[in-house]
Design a protein around this ligand. Structure first.
Ligand code: BG6
Length: 485
């Protein structure tokens, strides 16, 4: 990997992470800070304060960071890692207790021009109490920003309550509701692809597109997050945020300028146009599933119930939905959303299936495959345009579909920053374009609540699928359509 070469502004911030010793902090947030320090976008003077309930001393804290970060940041330089550890401080707090942040001030800079970034990487049920404690300890400055990890609540009502509690102390321009999918390079490329290439935008509508498929498939199971996951399931963990955000970027109208509120206004319109899924629709338009034992990469893996150590659970680890956006551009075009754990492989992909030609002039020829634009988001990063071409040879016309492939990864030699790196810097510079506004979150909950309530009322059961498969057998959602695999 080559180093980034573009010149950057140097940012100074005090970064305070609630849930500082948690999985997300150690696996994603601290490595993101590491790389931004290394590429000189964050100033060496930054401070990082990790807050947790664990009772550990300074030495244990530093040892833990050093072991974990060395394991996660594969190409870490010893010097840069020890610098990061040297700017990290530990603060022990039980966040449910009033006054728990009263001693935090001594660890922060008092200068007004430093951005205080409060990162809430704990259960959203604690967000209200943390915010009150921050206020009581007089830690909220005009330059403070708060980052809220998802899921924000477990339904529309709880999400509204949390948003309101935070809005008592922070204004909307200080609140950053993070969805790390929006920080992925290939996801941002969706906007560039759509709004710089006239070729696509002219065909981007119900007249030319037959259906759109969005798949986020994972081969991992729930790991050590079983306690959390069993309360949420795939619908809340993945669809409410990541898949809906991907769908928004595919479906929005072109914003007239690239400004946070203009982009978010357009996304909101898409979310508000989603057709609610009532009890009848839920039986034909949704599938939920749960993984059983199976084989992945040649190894036996446990079932979901074994992973969470329970005898029974109704939680879904797979969801597929046929969604419709009831507006002029997308009338009648199904959007198939699909996500699951313990599937055959990790890959995220968007497939735009264009309509087939109206009439085949080649006599006796085999049927023609429709054009497809396949956007591979991860782990491969590429764009494929599937087109039919003539098979060389004399006599008659034979043809077959061939992909024109743009390999995003090998077209750009620089290192692709991880999603959290981009998003952290956006928070510090106050750019909210890639973060969700309150009304957007509310609109997505409204649609998700319609599905959840319909599932409960209709008592829709999970279909079991073997780990390592492609999900429940009959998840093909529309008559004669198939998932692009
Ligand atoms: C998180 C979910 O938001 O996204 C996890 O909570 C999921 O369950 C993860 O595994 C997937 O993210 P990525 O970046 O690995 O696709």
């Amino acid at each position: 990997m080559t180093k980034e070469t573009t010149s950057k502004k140097l940012f100074l911030s005090d970064i305070i992470i609630f849930g500082g010793l948690g999985d997300l902090s150690l696996r994603k947030i601290l490595p993101a800070i590491y790389y931004r320090l290394q590429s000189k976008q964050l100033s060496n003077e930054c401070k990082v304060i990790l807050i947790s309930r664990q009772d550990i001393n300074k030495k244990e804290f530093e040892d833990l960071l050093s072991v974990k970060l060395e394991e996660i940041i594969k190409d870490a330089s010893k010097k840069d890692l020890s610098h990061l550890i040297s700017i990290c401080e530990y603060y022990n707090a039980d966040l449910t207790q009033k006054g728990c942040l009263n001693n935090l001030k001594s660890l922060l800079r008092s200068v007004d021009n430093v951005v205080r970034l409060f990162y809430f990487s704990v259960s959203s049920s604690l967000f209200g109490s943390i915010t009150k404690n921050l206020k009581e300890a007089q830690l909220i400055t005009p330059k403070s920003r708060v980052v809220l990890e998802k899921p924000l609540g477990h339904n529309g009502e709880s999400s509204k309550k949390i948003n309101n509690e935070i809005a008592d102390y922070f204004n909307e321009s200080q609140i950053f509701r993070i969805d790390h999918y929006l920080g992925k390079e290939t996801v941002q490329n969706l906007m560039v692809l759509r709004f710089t290439n006239n070729l696509y935008e002219n065909a981007w509508n119900a007249q030319n597109i037959d259906n759109i498929q969005i798949t986020v498939s994972e081969n991992l199971g729930v790991g050590n997050r079983g306690g959390f996951y069993d309360k949420y399931g795939a619908l809340l963990d993945m669809v409410q945020n990541h898949l809906l955000q991907l769908m928004c970027l595919v479906a929005i109208e072109p914003p007239n300028i690239l400004d946070a509120n203009t982009v978010r206004d357009e996304k909101l319109k898409v979310l508000k146009s989603l057709r609610p899924i009532d009890i009848d629709l839920c039986k034909t338009h949704t599938v939920k599933g749960q993984y059983t034992r199976g084989k992945l990469d040649g190894k036996e893996v446990k079932s979901y119930l074994e992973d969470i150590d329970k005898f029974s659970s109704d939680t879904e680890t797979f969801v597929a939905i046929r969604a419709y956006i009831d507006n002029w551009r997308w009338a009648g075009v199904p959007f198939y959303l699909r996500t699951g754990k313990r599937l055959s492989r990790k890959h995220s992909q968007i497939t735009i299936n264009f309509k087939n030609i109206p009439h085949n002039i080649f006599p006796g020829g085999k049927s023609i495959v429709n054009n497809k634009l396949i956007i591979n988001l991860q782990p491969e990063e590429s764009i494929e345009l599937v087109q039919t071409v003539k098979t060389p040879g004399p006599g008659g016309y034979r043809y077959k579909p061939i992909s024109l492939v743009l390999d995003y990864g090998s077209s750009f030699k620089e290192r692709f920053p991880e999603a959290y790196e981009r998003l952290l810097i956006d928070v510090i510079r106050g750019n909210q374009t890639l973060f969700m506004r309150k009304d957007e979150v509310e609109a997505s909950w409204e649609w998700i609540d319609s599905i959840n309530e319909s599932w409960t009322k209709s008592n829709l059961k999970n279909q079991l699928y073997s780990s390592g498969s492609n999900g429940p057998g009959d998840h093909i959602l529309l008559d004669n359509h198939e998932w692009n695999e």
